[in-house]
Design a protein around this ligand. Structure first.
Ligand code: ZN
Ligand code: ZN
Length: 342
């Protein structure tokens, strides 16, 4: 089978042996694999302590072609499924520890990630698969990470008592994650203030259903003047400046939800203890989501409430070029590899 492999930072398409499904695993023939910003960070070695990996890709749609022992409880041959769960923790979790039982399997000690979906075939733990209705097309592959990560972050608003109807800022609203968050938060009934840069991107944010779209340079002034601050900020920015904007846009007692993971070279979030005392924000991080979150998101997509904005498709051999384009910000929304055969 063909698979993309990374060598010294360059993507090559190679012939690899066909993988065989192990215990409780399903062999998937991949029909579409999304290009996530974290694939780019991993390819470039952007994150402290994580070396560049030989294989990449963690959001895909495909067909179950074979089952390993025990996998028949969770999937059938011929099922059309979405896989990935945001990469982190989608490959295995124990199901019995305090984290698994409280709905946070990504903190499970035995958790395994998913990586390597830029390939014709891929084996995955069948328990993490979610079946897709025909109405959700192959171009929705980025729901597996980008969509799920945005969904998980919006759900945290409810958990922290930020109620529908309240103003919520989405920082990085036109991006690969942010464009989902605008749609999902709007579907939940929040008043979404989308923040991004450039008129084209702001127009895109308005088209997604945002209550208001503002440029990053004016955002703080507009949010404070018109709304007296937001109840929550969802920060998808790859720049630390976006994190600081998210903090400053909050009204007192607001909720700060960090979702983006800027390169380590961007430095740290800064908050003075006095500012902390005065404004009393709640600071949390939200990463990916659970199988149940994925099922709920698939329902929203099937109902037409959430759509992946895919403006770049290509073959496996174009992956390196697509990484360059993603880094340069030359397309809006997401890219999807739809031909994995060359
Ligand atoms: Zn566990
Ligand atoms: Zn991802």
């Amino acid at each position: 089978m063909k698979a993309a492999q990374l060598e010294d930072g360059v993507v090559h398409v190679r012939d690899l042996p066909m993988p065989e499904p192990g215990v409780e695993e399903a062999l998937i023939r991949i029909s579409a694999s999304g290009v996530c910003h974290s694939d780019l960070h991993l390819a470039r070695g952007d994150w402290m302590g994580i070396p560049p990996l030989p294989t990449l890709g963690h959001e895909a749609i495909g067909i179950v072609e074979a089952l390993g022992p025990g996998a028949e409880r969770f999937a059938q041959v011929g099922d059309r499924v979405i896989l990935g769960l945001g990469g982190t923790g989608g490959g295995y979790w124990c199901g019995a520890c305090e984290y698994c039982l409280s709905g946070q399997p990504r903190h499970c000690k035995e958790t395994k990630g998913i990586i390597g979906t830029f390939a014709e075939h891929f084996c995955v733990w069948a328990r993490s698969l979610v079946k897709l209705p025909d109405s959700v097309g192959d171009q929705e592959a980025p729901l597996a990470c980008g969509g799920l990560t945005a969904y998980g972050a919006v759900k945290k608003l409810l958990k922290h008592h930020v109620l529908p109807g309240r103003p919520v800022a989405v920082i990085g609203a036109a991006g690969g994650l942010g464009h989902y968050a605008v749609q999902i938060a709007s579907a939940f009934g929040y008043k979404v203030i989308g923040v991004d840069v450039g008129e084209e991107r702001l127009e895109f944010v308005r088209s997604l259903g945002a209550h208001m779209a503002v440029g990053a340079d004016d955002a703080l002034e507009v949010i404070q003047r018109d709304l007296g601050g937001v109840d929550a900020s969802l920060v998808f920015s790859a720049k630390i400046a976006g994190f600081h904007l998210g903090l400053k846009a909050l009204r007192r007692g607001g909720l700060f939800v960090a979702v983006g993971l800027p390169p380590s070279s961007e430095g740290n979030i800064e908050i003075s203890p006095f500012e902390f005392f005065l404004n009393d924000p709640t600071l949390i991080f939200s990463a990916v989501g659970t199988v149940q979150d994925m099922r709920e998101l698939v329902e929203l997509a099937a109902a037409g409430r959430v759509k992946s904005h895919v403006s770049r498709v290509g073959a496996l051999s174009e992956l390196g070029t697509i990484f360059d384009e993603l880094q340069a910000g030359s397309y809006l929304g997401r890219a999807v590899i739809t031909d994995l055969s060359h």
